[in-house]
Design a binder for this molecule. Sequence first.
Ligand code: NDP
Length: 270
Amino acid sequence: MVLSKPDDAPVQKLFDLTGKVVAITGGGRGIGLSVATAYAEAGAKVHPYPDYALVRQISMLISPKTAEELAFKYQTQARAYQADVTKSAEISAVINQIAEDFGKLDVIVANAGICSEHAAEEYSPEEFQEIMEVNVNGAFYTAQAAAKIFKRQGYGNVIFTASVSALLVNTPQRQAAYNASKAGVLQLAKSLAVEWVDFSRVNAVSPGYIQTQIMEYAPHEMLDKWLSQIPARRFASPYELKGVYLFCASDASSYMTGSNLVVDGGFTLP
Ligand code: NDP
């Protein structure tokens, strides 16, 4: 019974991830790196996957370095693995390897994602497909591979990175593919929460505008427009997501499944 958590515990203990094994796709930078840092600080053994690097032949050096830094700074067993989340067999093999290397897997964060910006009528089938393959298929393959382990173990925790783009259509609008993909991620989270309730919690985090590399494609006029639509009147740093991902991964959220936590400076309110 994955949702039964009868023990009361002091609040610090609820957020403690000591001994937990967590894996994060897209852990090499941006939001994923902040999440990896948060989990390392809370005592978990962390496995960020800056996975795309192997396929794209870039940032290969970043991944092991990231892991090394986390391991050194937080005295944890951070380690980097590589796979392309769009390749089911590849991501599955890596997740199985992690569980084998560390004896179990407690938490998977399906966070890897890409964005693009185009007039909808100009999308090529390949561009549209790439967004879907990374954001939806990749998130599903990641969660599915972890779920097989969680089912065997009798416990687990899946956290998806969705987006406010799953909830509303921002303006000016040239992100139909991204919006559709993130709505897909959110529905996946809700569907899997029900289907896997006997062995895993499943939740989503929906960030608003967070200053990471993924926003670099956006022209200045667009950034200014978005900024004017955020009640908090600023974008967020990825570090401002550490707490919410820690909450999702920890016993502090033991009764929470199928939820979507929106972190957006009020962007979705008006
Ligand atoms: P970044 O571009 O900084 O990070 C994206 C990460 O995803 C990178 O580590 C990248 O790896 C990885 N990745 C991309 N494609 C693949 C692939 N095929 N296989 C494995 N890994 C892959 O962006 P963010 O940190 O901002 O994005 C993280 C998540 O947050 C995404 O899902 C994004 O959609 C979501 N999000 C971001 C928001 C924002 O404003 N920043 C708002 C709402 C949601 P590599 O470095 O090797 O390329």
